[in-house]
Design a protein around this ligand. Structure first.
Ligand code: SF4
Ligand code: SF4
Length: 285
């Protein structure tokens, strides 16, 4: 049986907030009986964009993570709501605006922070996948329709089809250790959750420091090379998708003409090693 899923590509999200605004346009001041009470103009949003900045100096990147209800198949909010929150056959979780009225404690049942409290209506609310529109024949919710970069894709698929997409596209879910079985999947989630080690390879020529393009850079842990890359036109290199607190790493840079350099990093979080001066003696800048 086909059910709704959402795929979010973190690498494509540019924090334009179109999805947030489209969602507010749909729900603020508008009541959809059986689906949603009117959302508050100034209250917390049921879709929000989180930001993560990694790196330093010239090697900085920002990643944006759209955060909304995951429509979990094993949802803590459903289990603790005594019937006020239900899961539909198409996978969508709905907070009943009448049965949930006054039940502020339901906000805390969501471990993702996706449930918000509407003070004006005295009701907990989450992003309802625009079920009221899908039930009228819409092919997708407003947030995916309004996203200009393709960062959001609504997908109706059965379990086998979705499992194949998860495998083929390397999709992840938030907090997998909770086993809530989210229906919102993230691509390139490492941009938000993981670290990188970066740096720049330079050489001293005629008294000047020059960037070294095309040097081979190895990432080594416990004596084993686990990844390899080469420096770009600015002498820069980067190894991304490394775990937070993943311990001691070694970097070895080599170039047939300019020699080599090594450096060590203990992660922690993202580390920019700065300038590595290539030489035939291992001298560093
Ligand atoms: S509309 Fe798309 S690109 Fe813009 S903030 Fe939302 S998900 Fe990101
Ligand atoms: S993300 Fe939170 S609000 Fe949505 S279904 Fe899961 S537990 Fe419930």
């Amino acid at each position: 049986m086909s059910q709704w899923n959402l795929i979010i590509d973190v690498a494509r999200c540019v924090n334009c907030n179109n999805c947030v605004l489209a969602n507010k346009d749909e729900f603020v001041g508008n009541e959809f009986p059986g689906y949603s009470a009117p959302q508050a103009l100034h209250g917390p949003s049921t879709i929000r964009i989180e930001r993560k900045v990694r790196g330093q100096g010239h090697m900085v990147d920002a990643a944006y993570l759209p955060l909304l209800c995951n429509h979990c198949d094993d949802a803590p909010c459903v289990k603790q709501s005594s019937g006020a929150i239900t899961k539909r056959a198409d996978g969508i979780v709905i907070v009943d605006p009448l049965k949930a009225k006054g039940r502020k404690e339901l906000v805390a049942t969501c471990p993702y922070g996706a449930m918000v409290w509407n003070e004006e209506q005295s009701v907990p609310q989450q992003w309802i996948f625009d079920a009221h529109l899908l039930d009228k024949g819409w092919q997708e919710p407003r947030c995916t329709h309004s996203c200009p970069t393709g960062a959001l894709r609504a997908v109706k698929a059965d379990a086998a089809q979705m499992a194949e997409r998860v495998r083929a596209e390397g999709l992840k879910v938030l907090k997998p250790e909770l086993n809530t079985r989210p229906r919102v999947y993230y691509k390139n989630l490492y941009r938000f959750t993981d670290c990188f080690i970066g740096g720049s390879a330079l050489v001293r020529e005629a008294g000047r420091l020059e960037c070294v393009q095309g040097a081979t850079v190895e990432l080594i842990q416990e004596g084993k090379t686990v990844a390899r890359t080469s420096t770009d036109a600015f002498g820069d290199f980067r190894f991304d998708g490394l775990g937070v607190d993943s311990g001691k790493w070694q970097i070895r840079v080599t170039h047939p003409e300019h020699g080599g350099a090594t450096a060590e990093a203990v992660l922690g979080t993202t580390q920019v090693l700065g300038e590595l001066l290539l030489s035939h003696t291992g001298e560093q800048a």
